[in-house]
Design a protein around this ligand. Structure first.
Ligand SMILES: CC(C)(COP(=O)(O)OP(=O)(O)OC[C@H]1O[C@@H](n2cnc3c(N)ncnc32)[C@H](O)[C@@H]1OP(=O)(O)O)[C@@H](O)C(=O)NCCC(=O)NCCS
Length: 163
């Protein structure tokens, strides 16, 4: 079972390891330097201190091993998005699905959201499986403008059972 833990200032080296190799193929495309990892953490911590809160960032722990990052962002008062990335050598163990389920639960309780959305690159079906296993439904596509032109990302949504 993996555990989310609030991102902290000492997580930069582990974060730089996560954002490399195949893990960034369908995301940023560029490995994160240690300096950029520190900057990413600084910015996440600043956003975590905002009120009302619009962003939550957790590292994903498998026992003591920091294997990934998962984030929740409030986009409107009631709708948020989730995103996640796991270190390549930990894929295929159900870890992203476990982490996504836990963040969905926080989104619909602590964060008070009633709808979540997420999207993934069309060449990244594993991410779609994670979303489906966490309860999301594919609702269509959303065009994203990337260096390779316009890409139709797969769009998923999940409504709170209370809505
Ligand atoms: C996507 C990602 C988070 C998945 O993490 P993970 O811990 O391996 O995910 P899980 O083990 O919980 O589930 C992966 C599912 O995808 C499936 N899968 C893996 N490769 C696949 C492929 N090429 N085609 C279809 N399904 C695939 C697995 O079989 C599994 O589904 P199953 O349980 O039904 O068999 C991880 O690969 C990652 O970090 N990728 C890089 C970053 C990224 O793409 N983030 C998402 C951006 S939207």
């Amino acid at each position: 079972m993996v555990t989310p833990r609030a991102l902290g200032p000492d997580d930069a080296p582990a974060l730089a390891r996560i954002y490399s190799g195949a893990s960034i193929q369908h995301t940023t495309g560029k490995p994160l330097t240690l300096g950029q990892a520190h900057e990413k953490i600084r910015s996440a911590l600043a956003r975590a201190a905002e009120s009302p809160r619009a962003q939550w960032s957790w590292v994903i722990l498998n026992e003591d091993d920091l294997i990934g990052l998962i984030a929740l962002r409030r986009r409107t008062p009631s709708m948020g998005t989730i995103s996640y990335i796991l270190r390549e050598d930990t894929w295929g163990n159900g870890y992203a699905t476990q982490a996504a389920r836990q963040v969905v639960s926080v989104a619909f309780t602590t964060a008070g959201l009633n709808r979540l959305e997420a999207m993934h690159h069309p060449d990244n079906p594993a991410s779609g499986r994670v979303l489906a296993k966490a309860g999301f439904t594919r609702v269509g596509t959303a065009d994203r403008h990337t260096d390779d032109g316009t890409v139709p990302y797969e769009l998923y949504a999940l409504e709170s059972a209370d809505t």
